[in-house]
Design a protein. Structure first.
Length: 253
């Protein structure tokens, strides 16, 4: 059951999605039993941003049959707070650490990636590209040119694996995956949440931010289809993809 993920040795293929499991809170609640019976072969942190974020206004959650819509808004301590408070605790986990990062421009992404990748506790980085580029106004992960440009700038900053977290909210996720590969990404992660806007009976939005992302069992078949589409698109003449199940992994020399 062992897996090689971009050079990171995993005991088995089960890895948490960013933001879905708070290892620090779990250990605070359940003690060292969390460490002794840790369920994942690597731990992906909740996304951090250059500066601290409070997140979206409440309410933030809405239940659907077999699903949930969340509008959490990426609350986090920012880079400095993460390095001081969270990284030492996450480094105690018995598995490799992958840190998820997000920023609104190459200029903001670069020091974030360089600083996090420079820490020996970190095995790899996930690039959350669901935020608009402040220069173009375009969502980086929804435009192939934006994705490729970002990776081209970030790739030289570290030799550690860069995994691009793709959004499902595009017509052709495979085009974004190809752009990520061409920019130097080691792998892509599918999928993020699907855009959703819960409304009350009178048409009023329930969530404080108006809309959010749908997740849960209801999106599983969407995820499977998009993974299959990305793999089918990339496994072809000239592609450097070497394996693909839930995460297509690219080979780089």
């Amino acid at each position: 059951m062992s897996v090689d993920l971009c050079g990171i040795a995993l005991d088995h293929p089960i890895v948490n999605a960013s933001g879905t499991f708070d290892a620090i809170a779990a250990r605070r609640a359940f003690g060292d039993a969390v460490i002794e019976r840790f369920p994942f072969s690597a731990y992906v942190s909740k996304t951090i941003t250059p500066a601290a974020r409070a997140g979206n206004p409440p309410p933030r959650l809405w239940e659907e049959p077999a699903a949930m819509v969340n509008s959490i808004g990426l609350p986090n301590k920012g880079l400095a707070g993460f390095l001081e408070a969270d990284l030492p605790r996450l480094a105690e986990l018995p598995v490799p650490l992958i840190v998820s990062v997000m920023a609104t421009s190459v200029e903001a992404f670069a020091p974030l990636v360089e600083t996090v990748a420079g820490r020996e506790e970190v095995a790899g980085l996930e690039l959350n590209v669901s935020c608009p580029n402040v220069h173009s106004g375009l969502i980086v992960g929804e435009e192939p040119a934006e994705t490729a440009a970002l990776l081209t700038k970030l790739r030289p900053l570290t030799a550690k694996p860069l995994i691009v977290k793709l959004t499902p909210n595009v017509a052709e996720p495979a085009a974004i995956a190809l752009a990520a590969e061409q920019g130097g990404a080691d792998a892509v992660s599918l999928i993020n949440t699907v855009k959703a806007a819960p409304l009350l009976a009178d048409g009023t939005p329930w969530l404080g931010a108006g809309s959010g992302g749908l997740s849960g069992p209801a999106v599983r078949t969407i995820a499977l289809k998009q993974v299959a589409d990305v793999v089918a698109f990339l496994v072809g003449p000239g592609s450097s993809i070497v394996s693909g199940t839930t995460v297509p992994v690219f080979g780089r020399s």
